[in-house]
Design a protein around this ligand. Structure first.
Ligand SMILES: Cc1cc2nc3c(=O)[nH]c(=O)nc-3n(C[C@H](O)[C@H](O)[C@H](O)COP(=O)(O)OP(=O)(O)OC[C@H]3O[C@@H](n4cnc5c(N)ncnc54)[C@H](O)[C@@H]3O)c2cc1C
Ligand SMILES: *[C@@H]1O[C@H](CO)[C@@H](O)[C@H](O)[C@H]1NC(C)=O
Ligand SMILES: *[C@@H]1O[C@H](CO)[C@@H](O)[C@H](O)[C@H]1NC(C)=O
Ligand SMILES: *[C@@H]1O[C@H](CO)[C@@H](O)[C@H](O)[C@H]1NC(C)=O
Ligand SMILES: *[C@@H]1O[C@H](CO)[C@@H](O)[C@H](O)[C@H]1NC(C)=O
Ligand SMILES: *[C@@H]1O[C@H](CO)[C@@H](O)[C@H](O)[C@H]1NC(C)=O
Ligand SMILES: *[C@@H]1O[C@H](CO)[C@@H](O)[C@H](O)[C@H]1NC(C)=O
Length: 485
């Protein structure tokens, strides 16, 4: 893996070099774009307020200063912009919600495209579908659908963009309807040559497969059409638990993962090291006003520091963690694809949180965090083949590792640490018998840059290469960062 990491670094460095050497060229591209787009769209420069929100990212380490930003207002203008960028070989980025934790994946020193004007949520009760603009975050979608008593399968915490989440194979949500990609009926896609296509399973089966996990490799998506379902009040929320009771959280989490088969129940257990100590939190979800007894009883019996659990709307449940909407810190994610969440896996996670908490404490304001997200073995039965996951015969549980800190001088230390902790947890799980995870696909929305593409897309790679050759022969989308075919 190391040589590939090095290659990725070298190629992104040389791209940066190219831009800084020719930033006046980028400015002239910005004005060519401004001169060719319709009045529905605008170009902004560093002192404009829109520019600030256009380049904004959840993690400051994912943010870059672009020469200008552009907010396209319709798919035709996206085509015009891609044409100018492609013809001039100008580096650019496409941003939905700006939540990706990998630097340069939705940011650039070239031209920042922000999808914010694609902000429609058009619900069609007769077909039970909703068309969602690529600039939306899930909170807004839930709020718009709530008045109709409807919902979609989307993100489980506040602030995440619809676009990146869905294009990255999303995701980890309410069990009984499958992954978000299993609920997409159509993608409105602007191809690298500017042509606008309504991609469905029937119209373009190859692109439909590729967009389920393939991000920005084949163009820019402007709208997603998703299946809806009826949604009533749900039950759930968060409890926060002090270090002396974390063993109880671990036991209850492993029991939930091993024993609970009710598809309406879901859980995220988080083990953090923050402010010099371990703290656990548990997000509980049940898709009915009251959960049957038994499922969450073990969690509710643990002494807690804070509790915000009730019967509520789905939006209210998702927003229990709303304070995290702007982290304003540097951060990386990494992931381990687990087969099972067992007591020994939970113990290894706790050990790692303690170990790295102590190790990285000197760097100040750091958060060391591990999210354990169990879901049923049947989750992948709801959909057909997709770029990710490449194989639906076995579901893996993406453990989400999140390290956060301040100060760019610490980036390298945290990059190395988050690789090391993932390797340690992989080894721990393999020692207890989860041997397959050595080669299991990593969830792209959590994987850290430098991860080999084969370790994400597995057997899908050949199909993705063919798609790339067919729809982007000039490699226009290669001018944007991300998981690149
Ligand atoms: C606090 C937090 C909580 C999270 N929780 C979850 C969770 O519960 N479950 C889960 O599955 N994931 C979760 N994630 C991960 C999240 O799904 C990914 O970071 C996702 O890619 C974010 O989407 P975005 O639109 O906000 O990202 P962006 O940073 O805007 O984009 C991500 C990638 O998608 C590409 N892209 C964006 N828009 C388009 C477009 N219109 N056309 C083509 N390419 C595009 C970008 O170029 C970039 O490469 C979480 C992330 C954070 C920060
Ligand atoms: C429109 O874009 C072309 C390049 O595709 C450029 O030559 C031309 O100057 C632009 N027009 C304006 C008015 O900026
Ligand atoms: C795209 O296809 C979907 C599914 O067939 C359909 O509902 C939608 O109206 C189409 N969109 C456009 C813009 O044609
Ligand atoms: C879950 O299963 C384990 C063993 O598989 C058992 O020890 C435990 O009591 C069970 N928990 C519940 C809540 O049923
Ligand atoms: C509980 O969560 C809701 C968001 O769903 C929030 O508005 C409320 O302030 C929270 N209550 C407490 C006591 O934190
Ligand atoms: C994981 O890291 C801890 C702390 O360094 C170490 O004690 C343990 O042996 C490691 N386990 C594996 C399987 O590498
Ligand atoms: C753009 O590419 C698509 C797919 O290859 C092709 O069908 C279409 O004709 C092309 N459009 C133009 C204007 O070249």
């Amino acid at each position: 893996m190391l040589p590939i990491t090095a290659l990725v670094l070298i190629s992104s460095l040389s791209a940066l070099h190219l831009v800084s050497a020719g930033s006046s060229n980028v400015l002239s591209i910005c004005s060519q774009i401004a001169g060719n787009i319709s009045s529905a769209s605008n170009v902004y420069y560093p002192l404009d307020p829109n520019y600030g929100s256009d380049i904004y990212h959840y993690a400051t380490s994912s943010m870059q200063t672009s020469a200008c930003s552009v907010e396209p207002g319709n798919p035709q203008d996206v085509g015009v912009i891609l044409h100018i960028l492609g013809a001039s070989g100008t580096p650019f980025a496409v941003k939905g919600g700006g939540h990706i934790m990998n630097p340069g994946y939705s940011s650039t020193t070239g031209v920042q495209i922000a999808m914010t004007r694609f902000n429609n949520v058009d619900y069609d009760a007769s077909t039970e579908t909703v068309a969602i603009g690529a600039g939306m975050v899930w909170d807004d979608v839930y709020a718009a659908l709530e008045v109709f008593g409807a919902n979609v399968v989307g993100g489980r915490v506040s602030g995440i963009g619809v676009a990146g989440f869905t294009l990255g194979g999303g995701g980890i949500t309410v069990f009984h309807y499958g992954l978000t990609i299993d609920n997409v009926q159509a993608y409105q896609l602007v191809l690298p040559n500017g042509t606008v296509v309504n991609v469905t399973e029937n119209s373009n089966p190859d692109l439909f497969f590729g967009l389920k996990g393939g991000y920005n490799n084949f163009g820019i998506v402007t709208s997603f059409t998703l299946k809806t379902f009826s949604q009533g009040q749900v039950w759930g929320g968060q409890i926060t638990i002090a270090s002396q009771y974390v063993d109880q959280v671990n036991t209850a989490t492993a029991n939930f993962a091993m024993n609970v088969t009710d598809p309406k129940a879901a859980l995220i257990t988080t083990i953090d090291f923050t402010d010099g100590q371990i703290v656990a939190s548990v997000m509980m979800f049940y898709d009915a006003p009251t959960p049957p007894s038994g499922i969450f009883d073990d969690f509710l019996a643990i002494s807690y520091i804070q509790k915000n659990v009730s019967t509520r709307s789905y939006l209210s449940l998702v927003q229990v963690e709303a304070t995290e909407m702007s982290a304003n810190k540097r951060g990386f994610y990494n992931t381990v694809p687990l087969m099972d969440i067992t007591p020994s896996v939970m113990q290894a996670v706790l050990n790692q949180a303690e170990y790295w908490g102590a190790e990285m404490l000197l760097t100040g304001e750091a958060i060391i965090s591990y999210d354990v997200e169990p879901f049923l073995p049947t989750i992948l039965a709801h959909g057909a083949s997709s770029a990710y996951p490449p194989d639906r015969s076995q579901r893996y549980l993406p453990l989400n590792i999140y390290f956060s800190w301040t100060g760019s001088s610490n980036d390298e230390a945290f990059y190395n640490a988050i690789l090391e902790t993932a390797a340690n947890l992989t080894n721990s799980a393999m020692i207890e018998g989860q041997a397959e995870i050595a080669t299991a696909p990593r969830y792209p929305n959590y994987a850290i840059y430098g991860t080999d593409m084969v370790d994400i897309y597995g057997d899908s790679i050949d199909a993705l290469v063919t798609l790339k050759e067919t729809y982007d022969p000039q490699n226009v989308m290669g001018l944007a960062g991300g998981w690149k075919v």
